[in-house]
Design a protein around this ligand. Structure first.
Ligand SMILES: Cc1ncc(COP(=O)(O)O)c(C=O)c1O
Length: 441
């Protein structure tokens, strides 16, 4: 197609490129007063114009009443992330943990069962083991997460959700979304993917068969480590024929006898239920100020993630050559067991969170961390600044030795989240850490 043909084509949002969408979607200046930045509607509620308009609003839900129900600043983020993930609809909540909790609480009830990859964020694992279990929901964990048979074997008649992370941390061990989505769909249950580490710039799980995507927006989406947020994105393809009997909360008439969520929303029944029944009642409402900052962050998502992935590849390649380093778990490396999957799912970059293991165990890890000057030592990731953490003694200290070694986390394993600094400065900093390891200081 020539450029002039392209210029004269009418374009819908769906046809626009990622970089254009991350700037322009969910953020259209109207006529009259038109601030170019999305305004921060920092208000608990909205004025009801008159008696009849108030009744209308409460009847059909179109418009704004109270920020826990809907807020225009939060909606701008929801529309943007839904488009970037190629989903039908998104819901912004106050943290990634809230996104996971609200999603699972919307799908499950006492007596039911979740199947999850074992390589997941510790907060999510704790939610499954400590919180869901108290509500009568059991979770089984799949160690061999890319083996469809391993999932199939553990599915019960009561299983209502399969859960995994597209790029788990600390090990960058890529998940085969399409293969496990097939297992989920054969049983009429959804596959939920935490896409925090990949971001929709590198990977859109819904395009590979996932049904729901969750994010900690506190990480790459916001990007600057200033706020917390979470997003749930649904593919809008809930199939009531196939799965309606498994999810009666979506198919039964509303409490006061109104239409069911399926009758009202069709394929979007699941996300509508999460919005209207779960988020509304449990109340993990994002601050409009945080929504604004997440929106600003997303505007530069592709640029940051490109640079972070390039820097990560540079550091991983460099580390792989160092005698003090036993192994580097980065799927961008040809030597990595997940490299083939990375080429398939993440051709534009394999993200910037990965682990490497020092030969000298925990003493070497301590010396390395304490010597760094540019990397920040903290329990966070996806920041524009480079970060480092020792999972064995911090984020993963609730795992037994067996669980740690099963997950490939050794005493000398360190997790990196690479930022957008100059690569040469990062390499110098890592070299400083290795010098400390060598000198035993
Ligand atoms: C993959 C992943 N999912 C979810 C969360 C929870 O997000 P938040 O800290 O925003 O609650 C985190 C936090 O580190 C995470 O890494």
């Amino acid at each position: 197609m020539t450029l002039s043909q392209i210029v004269h084509q009418e374009q819908g949002d769906e046809e626009r490129g990622f970089a254009t969408l991350q700037l322009h979607s969910g953020n259209r200046p109207g006529s009259g007063v038109a601030p170019r930045a999305t305004p921060i509607y920092l208000t608990a509620g909205f004025v009801l114009e008159d008696f009849d308009q108030a009744a209308d609003l409460f009847e059909n839900g179109d418009g704004y009443t109270y920020t826990r129900v809907a807020n225009p600043t939060a909606e701008a983020v929801e529309q943007k992330v839904a488009l970037l993930e190629r989903g039908a609809e998104a819901l912004l909540v106050s943290s990634g943990q809230a996104a996971v909790a609200i999603t699972m609480l919307g799908l499950l009830e006492a007596g039911q069962h979740v199947l999850s990859s074992s390589s997941i964020y510790e907060g999510t694992r704790g939610f499954f083991l400590d919180n869901l279990s108290r509500m009568g929901v059991e979770t089984d964990f799949v160690d061999d997460a890319n083996d469809p048979q391993a999932w199939e074997r553990l599915i019960r008649p009561t299983t209502r959700a399969l859960f995994a992370e597209s790029i788990p941390n600390p090990k960058n061990d890529i998940f085969d979304i399409a293969a496990i989505a097939e297992v989920a769909h054969a049983h009429g249950i959804p596959l939920i993917i935490d896409n925090t580490l990949a971001t929709p710039y590198l990977l859109r799980p819904l395009e590979h068969g996932a049904d729901i995507v969750v994010h900690s927006a506190s990480k790459f989406l916001a990007g600057h480590g200033a706020v917390l947020g979470g997003v749930i994105v649904d593919n809008g393809k809930f199939d009531a024929e196939r799965s309606g009997s498994l999810f009666p909360q979506l198919t039964q008439p509303a409490r006061l006898g109104g239409p069911s969520f399926v009758d009202r929303e069709g394929g979007r029944a699941r996300i509508a239920y999460l919005r209207d029944v779960l988020a509304l009642r449990f109340g993990p409402t994002p601050s409009p100020l945080n929504a604004f900052l997440i929106n600003q962050g997303i505007e530069t998502l592709s640029l940051r993630v490109q640079r972070q992935s390039e820097n990560a590849m540079g550091i991983a390649r460099w580390l792989e050559q160092q005698p003090e380093v036993h192994s580097v778990d980065y799927s961008g490396l040809e030597s990595n067991a997940f490299h083939k999957l990375a080429l398939r799912y993440l051709p534009d970059g394999q993200g910037s969170v990965f682990a490497f293991t020092l030969r000298g165990g925990v003493d070497a890890a301590r010396r390395f961390v304490n010597a760094l000057q540019i990397f920040t030592h903290m329990t966070h990731l996806g920041d524009v600044k480079s970060l480092i953490l020792h999972p064995g003694t911090t984020s993963h200290n609730q795992r037994t030795d067996d669980e740690l070694s099963q997950g490939g986390i050794w005493p000398g394993t360190l997790r990196l989240s690479i930022g957008i600094e100059d690569l040469s400065d990062l390499v110098r900093d890592v070299d400083r850490g290795l010098a400390a390891v060598r000198s035993g200081s």
